[in-house]
Design a protein around this ligand. Sequence first.
Ligand SMILES: [Zn+2]
Length: 384
Amino acid sequence: MNIGNSNNEKGSINIGLIVDAQDEIACNWANWLVQWLTKDVEQNFPEFFWRFSVLKRQDFSRSVPPDPLNLLEFGSDIKIEYGFDYVLVLTSFPLKSRFEQGVSGVPSNMLETAVISLARILELEDRERQEKAFIGLVKHSLGHLWGLDHNSESVMRPRKFWTGEFPYDWSDQEKRKILRHLRDAADPRVEEASPIKSKWKFYLKVLSLEWPAILKDVLISRSVLMMFHLGRFIAATAVSMIFLFLSAEAWEMGAAIKSGWLDLLLAFVIFASILSIYFGQNLHVISRSDRMKEQAVRSRIVLFATLFVGMVSFWINLFIISSLIIAVLPENVLAGWAGMGGKPLPAFHFSKLMATFGVLASAVGGNLEEEQDIKALLVYTEET
Ligand SMILES: [Zn+2]
């Protein structure tokens, strides 16, 4: 974003609409949307200069059905290249859905980009309803990009189908929230404020300036429950946990490991499993622009932090489950396996050990999971 010069204090917001040059329907709707949306946001947020650009691209992905993840990455690359603040990718084809039954829109806070499909909306009976449904979906997605959560009283109401039903607008409270969000975002980007050569300094600078917003992005995303969306991931963990619990060697080894070493092992395992998923799943290429643009760096930090929170919360869950299982199993048998020689079983120590092995197993399982699904889970704000 650019802060206006001295004779004008308004910040400007650039939004790019990206369509397939061969997708005539999407091109027409994009032109219509720009006219309509310009009026709407200028009225709602006169604090900013609004600039919309429609980009008709020849290199638009033509896979059928289009994968929203590819389109988000495509949009995010163009966003960085052209310096847009937000990007909407429009298509008239129905999108590939991953987590929900059907999907018309996929916003991504992390990439500040949303993918919108007109396919289901165009099935509605008349043009008026189609317009209303389209506007609702676009405003819902933009609301997410601008930091809003769901709210049943406004256009932020979560919906399975976009049929052009009321309400079509953000609430007054939400508009104030959007204004605050856009004002924060309207601060000059790091690379605009001062040229920094060192990569690490650039990361630290972005982190020091943006940490509250980054933290919010990480906690809003489904990172805490992330691991439970992945079937094979859980299966790998469950199988190895069962074998661990039933093998005397694991208990014997647990008894032999000192608590301090176990803590060290735990830190190492969590760190190694994050790295293995991050690089094993090619997550580092999500925002692949080499230039140290603030947005690209920010996306990478959010991604890494999300993975970290996901792993740690996963470990905590495994720890609780292990504690419960240990509480249920007969203590004298377990103490015998562990070779405790009549001493009481240190349940805390063993729960920690089992959870740590569980995370280790899951990291191996995580790399079996479809790369695209893990990526989608991290990048999508939702499917709507
Ligand atoms: Zn939503």
